[in-house]
Design a binder for this molecule. Structure first.
Ligand code: DC
Length: 220
């Protein structure tokens, strides 16, 4: 079984995708991690982020592995664990260069499909999973919440983890990412055909996971 969850940043997709995968006893495929790993490699090697050809050479040259584990997926870049490094603000702020490049996307879509074929049954989460990568998915979801709600959640997460944050800035960053995800020429964020839309603005992660599970169980 293949389930896809797409939607904008901060909609709680990964928490819910992880929960749903755990309840169903299948794997979780975090495709954002592949874009983040290439971004980290580019930053470390000083590759010009505006040089699409150099980025696609880099994406083909590096080895990215996603290892499912008890405490979530570990991400390896050329054999080294980069699970926490790929979540840095620097990587988050620069990932759009990598995600906006058609040739890089081709390499990473191919990687995601290869990982998917090894996993067999999985919940894939990203921006183009139901539209481009796994259009044959059994159930497709599109998860959204208002920018204010997504910014509030992110803001609270940052405070809880001891980071300094200003709500206004967090909201602006969310709006900037939405604009980039939706307006890029290759694989823009769209609601895939046939996807079930879930507005998570007024739901907890557990409620959303229960709602998704209900749809999965009720599918024809
Ligand atoms: O979901 P995330 O924040 O980990 O995504 C990191 C970056 O990768 C972000 O710029 C969106 C992009 N992305 C994408 O373009 N397509 C995907 N399937 C997953 C993520």
């Amino acid at each position: 079984m293949i389930i896809t969850i797409d939607g904008p940043a901060g909609g709680g997709k990964s928490t819910v995708a992880r929960k749903l995968a755990a309840v169903l006893g299948i794997a979780f495929l975090d495709t954002g991690a592949t874009y983040r790993a290439v971004t980290l490699a580019a930053l470390r090697r000083g590759v010009d982020l505006e040089d699409t050809a150099a980025l696609s050479r880099l994406a083909s040259a590096v080895k990215i592995e996603l290892l499912p584990g008890r405490d979530g997926t570990r991400v390896l870049l050329d054999g080294a664990d980069v699970t926490s490094e790929i979540r840095s603000a620097e990587v988050s702020d620069n990932a759009h260069y990598v995600a906006g490049s058609g040739p890089v996307r081709a390499v990473l879509v191919d990687l995601q499909r290869r990982i998917g074929s090894v996993l067999g049954n999985f919940v894939a989460e990203g921006r183009d999973q139901g539209s481009v990568v796994f259009p044959q998915a059994d159930v497709k979801f599109y998860m959204d919440a208002s920018p204010e709600v997504r910014a509030r959640r992110r803001f609270e997460e940052m405070l809880a983890s001891g980071q300094e944050a200003e709500f206004r800035q967090v909201l602006e960053a969310i709006l900037l990412r939405d604009g980039r995800d939706q307006s890029r020429p290759v694989a823009p964020l769209v609601k895939p055909a046939g996807a079930i839309k879930i507005d998570t603005s007024h739901l907890t992660a557990d409620e959303v996971a229960a709602e998704l599970l209900r749809h999965v169980k009720e599918r024809p």
